[in-house]
Write a protein that binds this ligand. Structure first.
Ligand SMILES: [Zn+2]
Ligand SMILES: [Zn+2]
Length: 376
């Protein structure tokens, strides 16, 4: 009975946050236990409600402090205190509403975003949720994840990728009252896209477009900084096959910033590491393994050490590397930056630069997919 009740509550919650399908609820400062924030109206006018009652009007430039204490959320501005509440809603009342919210305990970078904000208490910290339009969110993530000085066709490709992720994972945080968080757990969202008007224009140009697989399901649109010459297959990085995440030879990132890297460690560190994994073969075998493509294991015969694991253990830029030894040093010679799956950002930027469209870019890095029009 108890379980059933929880189940029903969850379903209601999911229905509740899907009422405005064009909207998305983003959990802000997800990786931090925020105890106090400052809210400022940047554009428009906000109505502040506490536990369903109107508390104040927040005009442009006004600053409101919200803090958690034992009895709830206290609110005050520079003049007066407005009481203690369990839930606060900052609702935009103008045609265009932009706010800024800045954690002050602990002190974190502020976020500026569109539309509404709610604050409540969850797990002894503030739960700060921004409700805004999906396309506004997408342009913010494109800026956070894709940089701010690329070309329109590249931004369009990133927008389709970010939107596909949002659609696919829309209920990931439903049990916490929002859709996606703003951290790397979902996709980075540092707030409104402000640096480059082109990003918002590119996002709008691809409105509602997502990538789907052969079963018309949203694809896992993995991407990374640089593949180093060939992208990885899902089976190598995740130990499962996906028809659209397969190795693609990439001539476009030749000469890019992260194409090649080296890292040197002490021979002792290397031998200790290998011994822990029961490698006792001769040094010749250990140091001269070749990795012309992207193999999965250090030694493809005994299949003991995954290169993806070694990447984490030695904090390497990628799992696409080979090893040499000289004197008491061992050097990793690697290519690329990131897991290597799906779109290579540095290659995609070059494709855009030489005239390919965002559709060309997406179809090059993801195979057996198509663009579909999907409304949440
Ligand atoms: Zn998340
Ligand atoms: Zn590449």
């Amino acid at each position: 009975m108890h379980c059933r009740k929880i189940h029903v509550t969850l379903i209601l919650l999911v229905l509740c946050i899907s009422v405005h399908p064009q909207d998305i609820r983003i959990g802000f400062f997800y990786d931090s236990d925020v105890q106090a924030v400052v809210f400022t109206t940047i554009e428009g006018e906000y109505i502040l409600s506490g536990d369903g009652r109107k508390v104040a009007v927040i005009r442009k430039g006004a600053i409101f402090h919200v803090e958690r204490n034992k009895s709830g959320l206290t609110v005050h501005d520079t003049v007066q205190s407005y009481g203690v509440y369990k839930n606060l809603e900052f609702t935009g009342a103008s045609a265009s509403n932009i706010f800024q919210v800045k954690p002050v305990l602990p002190s974190l970078p502020s976020k500026e975003s569109d539309d509404d904000l709610s604050i409540s208490i969850y797990n002894e910290a503030l739960r700060v949720i921004n409700r805004t339009g999906l396309e506004k969110y997408i342009s913010g993530t494109v800026e956070a994840e894709g940089g701010s000085d690329a070309l329109p066709e590249y931004y369009k490709a990133q927008a389709v990728i970010a939107r596909t992720f949002a659609v696919k994972n829309f209920n990931r945080h439903a049990h916490e009252g929002f859709n996606l968080c703003d951290g790397v757990h979902c996709q980075a969202f540092n707030g409104k896209s402000r640096m480059n008007a082109q990003i918002y224009a590119s996002t709008s140009d691809t409105r509602d477009e997502i990538l789907v697989d052969i079963n018309s399901k949203p694809a896992i649109t993995a991407y990374h900084a640089c593949c180093g010459g060939v992208t990885a297959s899902a089976s190598v990085e995740w130990s499962r096959d996906l028809p659209y995440l397969v190795p693609v030879k990439d001539p476009f990132c030749v000469g890019s910033r992260h194409r090649d890297w080296i890292k040197t460690i002490l021979l002792k560190e290397w031998t200790t590491y290998l011994e822990k994994s029961y490698y006792y073969t001769s040094p010749d075998n250990l140091y001269k393994f070749n990795n012309p493509g992207r193999q999965k294991y250090l030694d493809e015969k005994n299949k003991r050490l995954l290169l993806a694991e070694m990447r984490k253990d030695f904090q390497l830029k990628s799992s696409y590397f080979y090893v040499t030894a000289e004197g008491n040093l061992v050097t990793f010679h690697g290519h690329g930056y990131g897991h290597g799956l799906g779109l290579c950002q540095e290659g995609a930027m070059e494709m855009a630069r030489v005239g390919y469209t965002y559709v060309d870019i997406l179809m090059f890095y993801y195979r057996n997919v198509k663009i579909a029009n999907s409304k949440l």
